[in-house]
Design a protein around this ligand. Structure first.
Ligand SMILES: NC(=O)c1ccc[n+]([C@@H]2O[C@H](COP(=O)([O-])OP(=O)(O)OC[C@H]3O[C@@H](n4cnc5c(N)ncnc54)[C@H](OP(=O)(O)O)[C@@H]3O)[C@@H](O)[C@H]2O)c1
Length: 326
């Protein structure tokens, strides 16, 4: 099968398009013919082997242990391992592999997949898993979102942010999105009640106070974030920054509770329950993935170059089959 591989850490230039052996599913895994994948900042962190402690945590110290990047997938089940009960060959599914999504075939755990709703295209389904579950778990589980709350999404135009805006709206929150000038219209179009152009206005100094902040950028100090929170306000940081990554990778209790406000970090987990929850949101049209760019598999390196610039407008998908738009 064709795959995007890398043998050493580096820029997207180290990626090659190669013919490699098709993977074989373990007992609890499903072999999937990938129709579409999407890329996440995780992928370029793994590509570069940065921050360094990722290498110590299993990515491979001197060179990558897994040669094929990619987590988010949508595709068709080809075969199941011995213990697989939920899927049959031919089922259209979406979810997450541990690695290896940038390829024509990948294996994924049965419990990290759900059936793709018929009204959602493969590229839309592939756009969703990591970014949408991050937004969901940050808002619902860590942020304890409630109807009517004032919720601010910092980084509202990115992969996580575009899902966060829509998920917060589905909970009945009043949502403010923070983004750059060029993305104001797009962020308005996905349902925000207010938008803030970060080049013009500082959301931590405009006198507004929020019940819940989802920070997908991690570019503000704790004292700035605390100032922007109202009484009993919660701020969940999902973005990586050099200063915060160590703590993001070792999530613990709320480390920065100050008075009645909480500021903390989280690391998302792919669970069957939350994929099912997401599936229902997608099926009901309450969440519609925003797709910025589409690349064929051979051009996955360009997709990662673009993502790494840090100004994606929604998600970047890799359409491995030409009909992934359906
Ligand atoms: N904790 C977890 O489990 C987890 C899971 C997924 C992702 N993440 C992390 O979350 C972050 C966001 O991921 P993503 O997939 O959304 O990334 P992305 O698609 O690359 O989006 C980045 C966004 O940041 C915005 N941005 C850049 N500078 C900004 C600023 N000063 N103020 C407000 N927005 C700004 C950009 O918007 P403009 O173009 O408008 O500037 C862009 O839309 C990354 O650091 C990623 O590694 C963490």
């Amino acid at each position: 099968m064709k795959a995007i591989t890398y043998e050493k850490y580096g820029s997207p230039d180290v990626l090659s398009v190669e013919e490699v052996q098709k993977p074989t599913p373990k007992d609890d895994e499903v072999l999937i013919k990938v129709r579409a994948a999407s890329v996440n900042p995780f992928d370029w962190h793994y590509l570069r082997g940065e921050p360094f402690f990722m290498r110590l945590m299993g990515a491979g110290i001197l060179k990558p242990r897994n040669k094929i990047l990619g987590i988010d997938i949508a595709g068709r089940v080809e075969a199941g391992g011995g213990n697989v009960k939920q899927f049959q060959p031919g089922d259209e599914v979406f979810g997450a592999s541990d690695f290896g999504a940038l390829a024509e075939y990948v294996c994924a755990k049965e419990n990290a997949l759900v059936l793709k709703p018929a009204n959602v295209t493969s590229e839309e389904a592939a756009a969703a898993p990591v970014a949408a579950l991050t937004a969901l778990q940050a808002l619902r589980d860590k942020g304890e979102i409630q109807p009517g709350q004032k919720v601010l999404i910092n980084g509202a135009s990115g992969g996580v942010g575009t899902f966060a805006v829509q998920i917060a709206k589905s909970y009945g929150a009043a949502v403010t999105g923070v983004c750059s000038t060029g993305n104001l219209e797009m962020v308005r179009s996905i349902g925000t009640d207010h938008v803030i152009d970060y080049g013009q206005e500082d959301f931590t100094r405009n006198g507004q106070r929020y019940d819940l902040i989802l920070d997908a950028v991690a570019n503000r100090s704790f004292s700035d974030l605390k100032r922007a929170l109202g009484p009993r306000g919660i701020c969940v940081i999902v973005g990586f920054s050099p200063a915060l990554t160590f703590q993001v990778f070792f999530p613990g209790p709320w480390k920065f509770s100050t008075g009645d406000k909480k500021i903390g970090m989280m690391s998302a987990k792919i669970t069957k329950e939350d994929l099912d929850f997401l599936k229902d949101l997608l099926e009901a049209g309450k969440v519609v993935p925003v797709i910025d760019r589409r690349y064929p598999l051979d051009e996955a390196a360009d997709a990662l170059r673009y993502l790494e610039e840090g100004h994606a407008k929604g998600k970047i998908v890799i359409n491995i089959e030409q009909d992934a738009k359906t």
